[in-house]
Design a protein around this ligand. Structure first.
Ligand SMILES: [Zn+2]
Length: 507
């Protein structure tokens, strides 16, 4: 078979597969009373749906969840009535609710922050962030919404249809208690056999579990490659060659990987004159790609980079449209705000803390939850015509540096500064207090690095009296969770509160 007819043949297979898969997906949802397929399509009346969900959430939180009962108790219920009229007043009404922090969740977990429902239906999700490890609980409805939001994000950002081939390269250590997206990672057939043997073929919970597995392995058509975290950020060439070879053979439509892996493979292709791949959609998982890194990814992988936003607590929250100008919030599933330290909304385009209210998870409500990221938000209608608010995520709050002029320098700013500096391939920065920083860089083999110049320029960029301790390394090591952390910041809670409450607005 010639190369082009082989390609036509594979395309035909993919198209038929997508067709069959869509039918299976709908049938599976019918069987397990799931709304996944409907929820995956954004509703036309998103704000009405949001209001309905919000009311149910507040009612559940106030009556069933001790932590919220005590905090929401003195907020008058008539406001909940007022929010009925339209989505806007709901959004305004939300500011009355106090912020929920990770400390709140940790202190009150599990009994005081869950609704006392049957825990056999719970799925525990672990977030091993760079700062704090948390466990959140998802009931069936939430898990269903997580699946739906994932499908939605994949379709809106890059046009993926279930059944198309996808490759994932997650961080080396899985950070979820019960397997990816809350499903146990077993084979479909072995789960089916177990159900048959234990006469649980009609048991609702087992059927749901089986559906999850079918979805992951057969419907989403995902292949998972192991990570290369043990080699650090810069693995040897023969390791990277293997990944390129495998990707060329598997020809995925979507490649979704830890940002560090994406960048390492892309730079390997660029720097070694390897023929670029042709993967239409590139996405990151569980970490950020900075604006400057996009170009090399798109060139080496031969596709478009699509940004999205989500977390283990919430699943997919927002994704880019084809304008690539901010991420559209799934506003029927979440309320997202950008606020100052006291929970007051920041004006459009101003940097602040990202705060999320999950409208679906009533098992463990998270209302105005400080997710730990910083970013900006705009309510302007996008060029694409969608009216859902858009966010731009700039990095983790714990990874943000407050510079000599009290401005915030986010991970994106710092990584882009370092990687754009001649002779630097990548860098890692740690604030050690009093305007002192440890800077570790991996040199670009193609250009000489002028070390004193880097220290001088970085020092004046970050603040006049900054002291830089520079170290050169051959590779950067990941954190224990398998992810890489490029900035260890000093935007600690208290300092940030002072800055923000003093009326200062970051650039
Ligand atoms: Zn748009």
């Amino acid at each position: 078979m010639s190369k082009s007819s082989h390609r036509h043949f594979t395309n035909l297979i993919t198209v038929s597969r997508c067709f069959v898969v869509r039918a299976c997906l709908s049938f599976g949802c019918l069987l397990t009373r799931s709304d996944c397929v409907q929820t995956a399509v954004p509703p036309k009346d998103a704000s009405e749906v949001a209001v309905r969900r919000f009311r149910a959430l507040i009612k559940q939180a106030r009556t069933k969840v001790p932590f919220y009962a005590s905090r929401l108790g003195n907020i008058p219920t008539k406001d909940e009535g007022a929010i009925n009229r339209d989505g806007l007043s709901l959004f305004d009404c939300l500011t009355q609710f106090p912020l929920t922090t990770k400390d709140d969740v940790e202190t009150n977990f599990p009994d005081r922050i869950t609704d006392g429902s049957d825990s056999s239906d719970w799925r525990l999700m672990s977030t091993r962030g760079t700062a704090q490890r948390l466990i959140t609980v998802q009931g069936f409805a939430k898990r269903d919404a997580v699946r739906a939001a994932q499908l939605r994000s994949l379709r809106l950002s890059g046009g993926y249809q279930p059944g198309m081939p996808m490759v994932e390269i997650p961080p080396e250590i899985c950070d979820v208690v019960c397997g990816d997206e809350g499903e146990r990672d077993e084979g479909v057939l072995s789960q089916a056999w177990e159900m048959f043997r234990n006469r649980r073929l009609l048991d609702a919970k087992s059927v749901r579990e089986l559906r999850g597995l079918v979805e992951r392995h057969w419907i989403l058509n995902r292949k998972m490659y192991p990570g290369f975290g043990r080699f650090g950020s810069h693995p040897p060439n023969h390791v990277l060659d293997e990944y390129v070879k495998r990707l060329r053979r598997d020809r995925p439509y979507v490649l979704k990987a830890l940002a560090t892996y994406l960048v390492a493979i892309a730079k390997h292709i660029r720097d070694n004159n390897v023929q670029p791949l042709s993967i239409p959609v590139i996405k990151t998982m569980g970490s950020r790609v900075t604006p400057s890194q996009r170009a090399v990814l798109e060139q080496s992988f031969g596709g478009t980079y699509w940004d999205d936003y989500g977390s283990a607590e919430f699943g997919s929250i927002a994704c880019e449209c084809d304008q690539h100008d901010g991420l559209h919030v799934f506003d029927d599933l979440f309320f997202v705000e950008v606020v100052d330290a006291e929970g007051k909304r920041m004006p459009d385009g101003k940097l602040g803390w990202i705060v999320v209210t999950d409208l679906v998870n009533t098992t463990m409500p998270l209302i105005r939850y400080k997710i730990g990221d910083v970013g900006t938000m705009t309510a302007e209608t996008c060029q694409c015509g969608r009216t859902a608010p858009r966010i731009k995520v700039k990095g983790r709050a714990f990874d943000t540096i407050v510079d000599g002029q009290s401005r915030w320098r986010t991970t994106d700013d710092i990584v882009d500064f370092l990687e754009d500096f001649p002779g630097v391939d990548s860098g890692q920065l740690t604030a050690i207090g009093n305007q002192r920083y440890e800077l570790t860089v991996v040199e670009d083999p193609k250009q000489t690095l002028d070390q004193p110049k880097l220290c001088d320029e970085f020092s004046s960029w970050i603040g006049q009296d900054a002291k830089i301790e520079l170290r050169v390394a051959s590779t950067l090591q990941p954190e224990s969770g398998g992810k890489f952390r490029y900035v260890r910041g000093d935007l600690d809670q208290q300092r940030a509160e002072q800055i923000v409450s003093s009326g200062f607005s970051p650039p």
